[in-house]
Ligand binder design. Structure first.
Ligand code: ZN
Length: 61
């Protein structure tokens, strides 16, 4: 799997965007919404379970 993108959604302001997993921190690391600055675990920004799985695969790779 290369050039995969994950879909993100901010739970606070509901901004939708996508990013390359390699540009995101680990699922348990702190991540800030680029729009509203709300800080949560990266996992909480994943829009679906599948997006979370993709990000986890990149962590263990
Ligand atoms: Zn936000």
């Amino acid at each position: 799997m290369n050039e995969a993108f994950v879909q993100l959604r901010c739970p606070a302001c509901e901004k939708d965007w996508e990013a390359a997993p390699t540009d995101l921190p680990a699922t348990d690391a702190a991540f800030s919404c680029p729009d509203c600055g709300d800080q949560r675990r990266t996992a909480e920004f994943m829009r679906t379970e599948r997006d979370l799985e993709i990000l986890e695969q990149f962590e263990t790779a």
